[in-house]
Design a protein around this ligand. Structure first.
Ligand code: PA5
Length: 465
C-alpha cells in the first residue's frame, strides 16, 4: 500500500484570499506560537491515551487478527452493540474503506461477515435488525467503556434473549464478544460470568478517541480492513505532528485557526467531504468536536460556556441543500472540505444528445471530473464571498490515509482544548439526562432524579398547538 500523505491547505483562511473583513493574518497565527509550544508541552506531559495507540498495540492486533482468522467462517454478520464513541468510528471506517454495497455483495466480501451498527435503541430499527439476521450465523460485539450505558446494555439484553432462543444457553458465548474497561463495570462482570471473549479499552482513552482501540479495530478486521495499515497511518501522522512548530504541524495549525475564528465570531465548524465514503468520518468528527469542546467551565472552574459547533455536510449533495446558507448567510462558519485526489475508479459520462447543448456538454467528462470541479468551484465561490474555508487533501482513501486523518483530528481537538483551557476529555454535560432516565426506569441510587422527573412543571396546554 502506498504511503501517501494527508495534507492541510489553509490558503483560503487568510486575508489575501478572503479579504480583510473576515480573513486571518499570518501574524495573528504566529502570535500563538508560544502558547502552542506551552500547550504542546502540557499535552506531551499528560500524554492522552489516544496518542499511544499507534505504537502500543502490536499484541492486540495479533490477537484480533487471529480471532478473525479462526472464527470468521462461522459468521455471516458482525453486529456492534454500542453508542456514541462506541459506534461512530466503526461506521466511519466501514463507509470509508469498504465498498458502499459491501453488505449486499458476497463477491466483494471475500468470506468476511456483513457489518451492522444500529447506534441507537429505536425499537423499529432494532427489532427489524434482529428479525432479519440469521442469529446462528451472527456475532455481536458489545462495546461499552463504562459497561453500564443504558442503550447498549438494553441492546445486549434483547440480543442475548434472541440468540439464546436460536442457539441455546450452551452456545451463547460463541455469539458475543465484550469490549470494555479492563478493571470494572457491569459489562465486564457479565462477560466474565458468561465466558465471553473480552477485549479492553485502555483507561486513558475516552469513547470518542477510541476508534483505533479494539472498539474500532475488531469490526474493521472482521470486515477485511487492514488494521495494521490504519495504525501505521496514525503513527505517520503522529510523527508529522510531533513538532511544536505551528507551520509544520497541521493539527496544531488547524486548532489555532479554529480558535482564532471562534474568537472572531465564527463558532460553526462545517466538515464537507467531497467523497461519499468520508461522510461518516464527518459524523465521527461531529461527536469528537462537540463532546470534547462544549464545556461549561474552564480548568480553573470559571464559567465559560465555550464550544464551536460542528456541522456535517456532503459535497456535492449539500450544494443543493446547505450552500445557499454558507454563501449568503451569517459569516459564522469555517468550512473544512475533505478532498480526495484519486477515487480509485473513473466513471465516464456518455456523449449523447448532441443537439441539446444543456446536456451534451457533460458527455466525454467523468463523474470524477464533475465532483472535483464542483468542489473547486464551491471553494472559489465561497472564497470570493469572504467565507473562511480550507481543505484536507487525501491522495486516496485507504487505511493509511484514514489512520492519518483520525489522528490529525484527534490531536487538533486536544490542542484546541488546551487553547480554550478546558478539559477536552470529559463529558459532564451528558450525565444529567442519563440520571433522569436511570431514575425513571428504576435504577437504585437515582430515586431523587425520579422524583424530579415526575415533579417537573406540568405541560401548559395553551403552549401545545
Ligand atoms: O465519547 C464518549 O465518551 C461517549 O460518546 C461514549 O462513547 C458513549 O457515551 C458510550 O459510552 P460507553 O462506551 O461507556 O458505553
Amino acid at each position: 500500500m502506498d504511503k501517501k500523505e494527508v495534507k492541510l491547505d489553509v490558503n483560503n483562511m487568510f486575508v489575501d484570499r478572503v479579504g480583510k473583513e473576515h480573513g486571518l493574518t499570518i501574524e495573528e497565527v504566529n502570535a500563538f506560537q508560544d502558547k502552542v509550544s506551552q500547550a504542546h508541552n502540557n499535552i506531551k506531559k499528560d500524554e492522552p491515551g489516544f496518542m499511544k495507540l499507534p505504537f502500543a498495540q502490536a499484541e492486540i492486533v495479533k490477537e484480533i487478527l487471529q480471532l478473525v482468522e479462526e472464527t470468521k467462517d462461522r459468521y455471516d454478520n458482525f453486529v456492534v452493540l454500542g453508542i456514541g464513541g462506541s459506534a461512530l468510528g466503526n461506521i466511519a471506517m466501514q463507509t470509508a474503506l469498504n465498498d458502499p454495497y459491501y453488505n449486499y455483495r458476497e463477491d466483494l466480501r471475500k468470506g468476511y461477515p456483513r457489518l451492522f451498527v444500529p447506534d441507537n435503541v429505536d425499537p423499529v430499527r432494532f427489532r427489524s435488525l434482529l428479525e432479519m439476521l440469521d442469529l446462528k450465523r451472527t456475532v455481536f460485539n458489545v462495546i461499552s467503556k463504562s459497561g453500564g450505558t443504558a442503550e447498549t446494555m438494553s441492546q445486549y439484553l434483547i440480543a442475548r434473549e434472541a440468540v439464546v432462543k436460536e442457539v441455546g444457553e450452551d452456545r451463547l458465548k460463541e455469539h458475543f464478544i465484550a469490549t470494555t474497561s479492563e478493571h470494572s463495570g457491569y459489562l465486564l462482570e457479565i462477560a466474565r460470568r458468561e465466558g465471553f471473549r473480552t477485549f479492553y479499552i485502555p483507561d486513558d482513552v475516552g469513547g470518542r478517541f477510541s476508534v483505533l482501540t479494539p472498539v474500532g479495530l475488531l469490526s474493521a478486521a472482521f470486515c477485511g480492513i487492514d488494521i495494521e495499515e490504519l495504525l501505521a497511518g496514525a503513527a505517520f501522522m503522529a510523527d508529522k505532528c510531533s513538532t511544536d512548530e505551528l507551520w509544520k504541524n497541521p493539527a496544531y495549525l488547524n486548532a489555532v485557526l479554529h480558535y482564532i475564528g471562534y474568537q472572531k465570531g465564527k463558532p460553526l465548524s462545517v466538515m464537507m467531504p467531497y467523497a461519499h465514503s468520508l461522510k461518516d468520518v464527518a459524523d465521527w468528527y461531529r461527536q469528537l468536536w462537540a463532546e470534547s469542546l462544549g464545556k461549561e467551565v474552564d480548568r480553573e472552574g470559571n464559567l465559560v460556556n465555550v464550544g464551536p459547533t460542528p456541522i456535517k455536510a456532503l459535497g456535492a449533495t449539500d450544494q443543493h441543500s446547505q450552500l445557499q446558507l454558507y454563501m449568503e448567510g451569517p459569516f459564522d462558519k469555517i468550512i473544512t472540505f475533505l478532498e480526495v485526489e484519486d477515487y480509485g475508479v473513473e466513471v465516464e459520462i456518455p456523449e449523447l444528445y448532441e443537439d441539446i447543448q444543456g446536456v451534451a456538454y457533460l458527455g466525454g467528462h467523468t463523474l470524477n471530473e464533475l465532483l472535483m470541479t464542483e468542489k473547486k468551484a464551491t471553494e472559489l465561490a465561497l472564497t470570493q464571498r469572504g467565507r473562511l474555508n480550507q481543505t484536507i487533501v487525501l491522495p486516496v482513501v485507504n487505511e493509511f490515509t484514514l489512520g492519518q486523518l483520525f489522528y490529525l483530528l484527534e490531536l487538533q481537538t486536544a490542542m484546541i482544548g488546551e487553547l480554550f483551557n478546558i478539559n477536552a476529555f470529559d463529558q459532564p454535560g451528558v450525565e444529567l439526562s442519563k440520571h433522569y432516565t436511570y431514575g425513571v426506569l428504576g435504577r437504585k441510587g437515582y430515586e431523587d432524579k425520579k422524583e424530579d422527573y415526575f415533579n417537573r412543571p406540568a405541560k401548559d396546554d395553551k403552549l401545545i398547538i
